[in-house]
Every structure is written in C-alpha cells, then in structure tokens.
Write a protein that binds this ligand. Structure first.
Ligand code: FAD
Ligand code: FES
Ligand code: FES
Length: 486
C-alpha cells in the first residue's frame, strides 16, 4: 500500500508524508514548502472570499489531460490533492509573459491593493478552462462565476471588464506550458490502490480506492472522520472545532461516483461534487439546478457534495427540503450489508442521524416529478449569492385540471430540523389551485413551525416568509398552468 501522497504543483512533483498531509492547502503552499508560494492569499479562512482560489486539475476520463476546476485552498486539505496537478497564481506566467487573464486585469485596471487579485485571476481562468464553446463570457456567467470572490477596493466593474475582454476562442489553457503527458504517465505508473499516510501516528489519513476498503476501515475505526469535499469540515477545522487524528477520505472510491437517472429516479453517489450534479440536473430538473446556482460559490460546489450536505444535517442545508418533498431514499452500507432509509427517517433530531458508527452513506435515490407533479424550490437569504439561507422551502404539488390532488411541502430554517408542513398539505389536497387557497394554507403553515430569532431574522419574520412563499408559489405555478374557474 502506498504510504505517501503524490501530486504536482505548477509542474513540480511533490511527495508528502507525515503531518503535512493533513494541513490546509493554503498553509502548505504559503508556509509548508520551499520555495514558498505566497501568491495564494488567505483573508477569511472559511471559503467566503475566494482570495485563496487555486485550480485543481484531475486526470480527465479519456486520460488525455487534466480538467481544471477552482477550489478554495483555505478549506481544502493536502490529502485531497493525490494524483492531481495544482495550479497556483505563480504557475500562470510563462517565461516573462502574463497569462491572458492577468493581462486583461492589468489593461482594465482590475486591481488596487491586489489582495483579492490572485483569487479573481484564478477564478477567471477557471471559467475559461471550463468553457465548452468559443463565445465570450456573458455578464451573467461572469457574475455567477465570480460570486465566490470578494474585492473590497477595486469595485467590480473593472474586474467584469477584464472578464469581458477574454476570448475563449484563442485560449491556450492555463497549464499548457507544463508537461501534461509526463505528469499523467507518472500517475499511471503509481500504485492505484489505497493510500495510508502516517500509519501508526497522527493524523493518520486513509484514501481507499474501493467501497470494500472504505467499509473495512470504517468498521475498524468507527470514530474516524469521514471526509468528502471538506467544505464543511474545513471551516470547522479553521475555527478550531475539530482536529481529526484519524481521517477517512471518500472521494477516490469508485463505487461512490454514481450519477444517473434510472426508472425516473435520480441516483447520486457520495463522491459526486455539487458542480457535477449542477451540470447533470440543468435540463433534467431545472428547479433543482436553479437552487444549486445559488449554493455557495463555484469553488465550494467544485469540492462539496450532496452527501456531505445531507450528513452535515444543518436545518438550513439548501438541499434537504427538495429531497424531503421528492421522497428520497438513502442507501447506507457497512461491512454487515446495506440498508435503505427514507430521508425523513434519517434525521432523528438536531444533527442526529440514523447512521451507525460503522456505516457510510453510499448514495441517495430521488424520484423525479412526472408531468402532473410541479416542483418549486425557494431559498431566502439576505444576499442573493454566497449567503446562508434564512428560510428554505420546497413545494411538490400534484395538479390535475387545476385541482391539487396531493401536496408535499417542506421548510428549513424554521426549527432544529427541516420539517414537512402536514396541516398545510392536508388543507391543499383536493382544493383548486387559487390564490385564496394558497393564502389559507400559508396561514396554517406559519403556525406549524417553531423558528427561533437569530442574526438572520426574527422568529416572526421567518413565519411571515413561510406564509408569503405560499403566495409566491401560487404565482410561479399559475403562470405556467391554465387558470382555474371557481
Ligand atoms: C463558503 C461556503 C458556502 C456554503 N454555502 C452553502 C449553501 O449555500 N448552502 C448549503 O446548504 N451549504 C453551504 N455550505 C456548506 C457546505 O458546502 C455543504 O454542506 C456541502 O454540501 C458539504 O459537502 P462536503 O462534501 O464538503 O462535506 P464534508 O465537509 O466533507 O463533510 C460534511 C459532513 O458529512 C460527513 N460525510 C461526508 N461523506 C459522508 C458519507 N459518505 N457518509 C456519511 N457521512 C459523510 C462528514 O463526516 C461531515 O460530517 C457552504 C460552505 C462554505 C464553506
Ligand atoms: S481565504 Fe477566503 S475563501 Fe479562502
Ligand atoms: S483590490 Fe483590494 S481587495 Fe480587491
């Protein structure tokens, strides 16, 4: 079994053993290597500002190159880099020539103090790298694509101008001056099996390659910390809330990579990142896609997973209301076998799960809406992008000829767990879809929830939001449906 990590940083091979394997990527780059790479900045250390944005290249499915995506280095760990090519801002310049993004930022005056600039440059490179057509980036694409990057002094207009300057049709690839073939050949020659770094001392890091290896380790080490994309765990680590001594990484496990629709059910494995889900559901479940475009930032979605969001069990997790109303089922596995749990039964209380210490979540199976089933998802937050929800809600209404045959409604941010709203559901069932009926259900719903007051809103404000969302849902749905004669 391999006892070290292997990866490349700006074309240079790195072999990592010992405690370095479990430090954050930003610490590693800035302080853990010689020469240091301090171009990757750290401002918030919690994934919120994008100053630490880097590009992680993973070998592509056809084996011919790397696919580069942005992540926040401050909430990523070195062990997540195994068999990857990491590109930092120091690696962009070729000889003395600036990259096209760097040149555009200079030309458009996209930088003042410069602290955020490497992050913006990497984020813009990420957008160009992932472009599948030669059209220039639109304003919307730039605004969404840069939603994970904050600048406190330049003002965004000049940065957007730089983005508009870029011409994907003449792109050369941010890493084109590195020897991709040699790096890929090196990875191909490395033992593809599991990796155990730091055996017998802490922090021990295990990267299984198969589900069998993952489950065997989970059985032997039930208190080990399971890590998927680390976007929740990285923040907890930086806040000093956790310091895991035993780490079990799921992202390299082939069996957890499932992403498909079978028999009108969407199946998502535990190692599938949000950005892959986002691309996959764009046309298949547009309502889910819309919510995902407002989930964290591109950097967070490239690393984070649905399963991590479900397991983290926050009452304001953006994904849970959809999976409640869809009636999703989780597949859990241990060395003893598999079992299936309906998502609503999975949550036993605030952050309490029906998950045994030797179990892991393998995947989640979600029925998709049929022709008469109408799905609406809502996220209410103080800011449109990159913000934590104040209230979330999901409506799944089966409507035939203007009559609501059945209703499933869920809401988050209104109690210690995401909840269904059964009294409102009963009130709606069998009634015509009218403003009056939806208003009445909203009045009932506000009494079904028990929100608290906190920095994001008072309890009463949250009640009002939930009530109002019934009205919004009516207008959103009725614009697509035949009006009802009553
Ligand atoms: C800047 C920022 C913005 C964010 N924005 C949003 C947002 O808009 N909406 C939102 O809902 N969340 C948001 N999050 C929270 C976070 O990104 C999500 O919860 C994400 O989906 C977590 O996935 P992960 O793979 O990174 O989980 P990790 O951090 O790796 O793990 C989270 C939890 O899941 C457990 N876990 C992981 N895999 C398994 C498994 N297979 N079986 C059992 N347990 C497992 C881990 O042990 C851990 O307890 C944000 C986070 C950051 C840092
Ligand atoms: S330092 Fe702010 S996102 Fe990493
Ligand atoms: S240029 Fe100063 S923070 Fe952006």
């Amino acid at each position: 079994m391999r006892d070290h990590l292997v990866f490349y940083v700006n074309g240079t091979r790195h072999t990592v053993r010992g405690s370095q394997a479990a430090v954050t990527l930003s610490d590693y780059l800035r302080n853990g290597i010689t020469p240091r790479l301090p171009g990757t900045k750290v401002a918030c250390a919690e994934g919120d500002c994008g100053a630490c944005t880097v590009l992680v290249g993973k070998p592509s499915a056809d084996g011919n190159g790397f696919e580069y995506q942005t992540i926040d280095a401050c909430i990523a760990f070195v062990y997540q880099l195994d068999c990857c090519h990491l590109l930092t801002v120091e690696g962009l310049q070729h000889d003395t020539e600036l990259s096209d993004v760097q040149a555009a930022m200079v030309d458009c005056h996209g930088s003042q103090c410069g602290y955020c600039t490497p992050g913006f440059v990497m984020a813009l490179h990420g957008l160009v790298e992932q472009r599948t057509c030669d059209n220039k980036l639109t304003d919307d694409e730039l605004r969404l694509g840069l939603s994970g990057n904050l600048c406190r002094c330049t003002g965004y207009a000049q940065i957007l101008d730089a983005g508009h300057e870029l011409n994907p049709s003449t792109r050369v690839g941010a890493a084109s001056h590195f020897d991709t073939k040699a790096m890929l050949a090196d990875f191909a020659a490395i033992d593809a099996g599991p990796v155990l770094v730091n055996a017998g001392s802490t922090p021990e890091v295990f990267l299984p390659a198969t589900l069998e290896e993952l489950l065997a380790r989970r059985a032997a080490r039930p208190s080990a910390t399971l890590v998927a994309g680390a976007t929740d765990l990285g923040v907890q680590h930086n806040h000093g809330k956790i310091s895991p001594s035993d780490i079990l990484v799921t992202m390299g496990v082939k069996e957890l990579d499932q992403l498909e629709v079978t028999d009108n059910e969407l199946i998502i494995g535990a190692a599938v990142s949000w950005s892959r889900i986002e691309a996959y559901v764009r046309d298949r479940v547009p309502e889910y896609y819309q919510i995902l475009t407002r989930f964290g930032s591109p950097q967070v979605r490239h690393a984070g997973t649905l399963i991590g969001n479900l397991a983290n069990a926050s009452p304001i997790a953006d994904s849970i209301p959809f999976h409640y109303v869809a009636g999703s089922t989780l597949t859990l596995a241990s060395v003893g076998g598999r079992r299936e749990v309906a998502i609503e039964q999975f949550y036993l209380g605030y952050k309490q799960l029906d998950l045994r210490p030797d179990e892991v979540i393998v995947s989640v199976r979600t029925p998709l809406p049929t022709a008469n089933e109408h799905l609406k998802l809502y996220k209410i937050s103080k800011r449109r992008d990159m913000d934590i929800s104040t209230v979330t809600a999901a409506f799944w209404l089966e409507i035939e000829e203007g009559i609501i045959r059945s209703a499933r409604i869920a809401s988050g941010g209104v109690g210690p767990m995401v909840v269904r709203l059964p009294r409102a559901e009963v009130l709606l069932s069998g009634e015509p879809l009218t403003l009056e009926v939806m208003r009445a259900a909203g009045c009932v719903a506000r009494e079904e929830i028990s929100p608290i007051s906190d920095v994001r809103g008072s309890a009463n404000y949250r009640r009002q939001l939930v009530e109002n969302l019934f009205v919004k849902c009516f207008y959103d749905l009725s614009s697509n449906l035949q009006p009802v004669e009553v």
